[in-house]
Design a protein. Structure first.
Length: 305
């Protein structure tokens, strides 16, 4: 039995004048209650209770200890009540860093729902493709695509976003339409690279049940999602990216889906936060809310990483 439970037991025994009744109220075996009080008295080095055949009464030391216990337990109850209230109605500032397309295409269109549910949380949102140092920059959590590499962060998988390979009608008119992934060697892509390291991303497609990578040549490379799409719209090459980001262009014909019969692996997206923020009510309610937003958007693809 932990120390606070022992204090609760002791105060109940004093108030009810009985080990048996106190044990029954707390749903404990009487032997457990007796053993817990013996341990408590041994730890304190004093006798707390006088036991007779009819009644249990506190000693002088026991009465003084009872009064202190009541004060401690009242403070604990107040603290727990305050935390329960904070957990159900959190308040304060929540600093987020969101990838541009996640922010503008998925999260911000529904952010008024978050505000309506948690009216006492103020949001501070930075946006971009760069990696951020959450602890150093004081950011509570981020939403990012790809597989998390920082093992010091807690990551929750929000979804796996379906991908598409596409290009503008102008590009396809000039270079032809690839019918098989092996045709990609004769095509150009808009290159995409990570801004913090010299890493270029290949196209990935499933052929004969196996995932294969295809490195395409390119005369233009970017490190920003908006620039990636803009370059494709101008006929600069093929691109592979989450479908939701170009759905409008696919519908109006400004981009054309190609190689659709060859499955792309999809892009995982996760919410990440430092370990010391795990129990923050503000972080917890945002993670729960944004998990629902991505589940609504991508259906059953959401999962915990």
């Amino acid at each position: 039995m932990d120390r606070f439970e022992a204090l609760r037991l002791f105060t109940r025994i004093v108030e009810l004048g009985s080990f048996t009744r106190a044990a029954a109220v707390l749903d404990l075996p009487r032997a457990t209650a007796t053993h817990a009080i013996k341990e408590l008295e041994a730890r304190l080095g004093v006798r707390l209770l006088e036991r007779t055949t009819r009644q249990v009464r506190p000693t002088l030391d026991g009465q003084a200890y009872y009064e202190r216990c009541m004060h401690v337990l009242a403070e604990l109850d107040d603290a727990e009540s305050a935390l329960r209230s904070l957990a159900s109605n959190p308040r304060g500032s929540l600093r987020l860093d969101l990838h541009g397309t996640h922010a503008t295409g998925i999260i911000l269109p529904r952010i008024n729902e978050f505000r309506a549910r948690y009216p006492h949380i103020d949001l501070v949102i930075s946006s971009g493709d760069r990696l951020v140092d959450l602890v150093r920059e004081g950011i509570d959590c981020v939403v990012r695509s790809g597989n998390p590499r920082d093992s010091s962060l807690i990551a929750k998988r929000l979804a796996t976003m379906p991908e598409v390979v596409c290009a503008s009608p102008e590009y396809l008119q000039n270079f032809g339409t690839p019918r098989h992934p092996d045709d990609l060697s004769a095509h150009q892509a808009v290159g995409f690279f990570a801004s913090n390291r010299d890493l270029r991303y290949p196209f990935e497609l499933t052929v004969d049940g196996q995932l294969r990578e295809y490195q395409l040549s390119s005369w233009i490379s970017v490190n920003d999602a908006a620039c990636y799409t803009a370059a494709a719209l101008r006929g600069c090459g093929l691109i592979q990216l989450p479908r939701h980001g170009v759905e409008t262009y696919l519908r109006d014909g400004r981009l054309i889906d190609v190689l659709s019969e060859f499955a792309s692996p999809g892009v995982p997206v996760s919410v990440l936060y430092p370990q010391h923020r795990q129990l923050s009510p503000r972080v917890r309610v945002f993670v729960d809310w944004v998990s629902g937003v991505f589940a609504d958007k991508f259906g059953g693809s959401a999962a915990v990483a």
